[in-house]
Design a protein around this ligand. Sequence first.
Ligand code: 13P
Length: 251
Amino acid sequence: MRRKIAAGNWKMNGTLTQLEHLNVLAKRHPTPKVDIVVCPPNTLIAPATAQTGTTAIAIGAQDCHTATTGAHTGDTSAQMLSEAGASHVLVGHSERRCDHDETDRVVCGKAQAAIAQGLIAIICLGETLQQREAGSTLEVIADQLAASIPDIATGETAVIAYEPVWAIGTGLVATAAQIGEVHGFIRAQLIKRFGEDAGQRFRLLYGGSVKAGNADEIFAVADVDGALVGGASLNCDDFSPIITALENSSP
Ligand code: 13P
């Protein structure tokens, strides 16, 4: 059985006072049936970890460098994130791929660095609208999967997040059929590369305008093991019902 994950990506949002949302979440979900991970900006990782303490909420980061230390002004290594209290880190988010020209090779190096440090790497992929309209979605996903996931990845150390770029922050959500097609394809590719048992152990998250109102439908899709939530993870009143929907979809 794959334990499901409700992950929140705060992106470049959040202040110390907003950490209060984590207290509320922890109180509302004291013994959740799913993993809960919140990825605030780096400045909030240490205080968020101190605050969530022994609760069920894990804290993640949004990016890491491929190297452990060195002359990389402004960057943060997986080791530093781990020391600050993070247990997870997103790599290859489309906003990083776009804003910082991150290639699959760089994303793979980041995932490798994260895993080597004992962090769980949440490796993000997804097609643009142009690629979907050109009919090349599965080809794009196959290429990203092959090149962004390091050989050392396992279902315990890596999570795959499918986030169609056109559905991020737009209010447009992929249909259940579109999500099912891509998640089924990702599962098949993972099995091909890592073998049946190992391929089945990876957890696959959907991301892109997930809200309380569409969560039930998304979580009913085969091979959806949770969500990576942006906007709706910033507020406990929006994120909590998504967590509950995921718990209700879990056996
Ligand atoms: P939204 O949920 O705001 O569309 O963002 C999705 C996302 O990019 C999560 O990483």
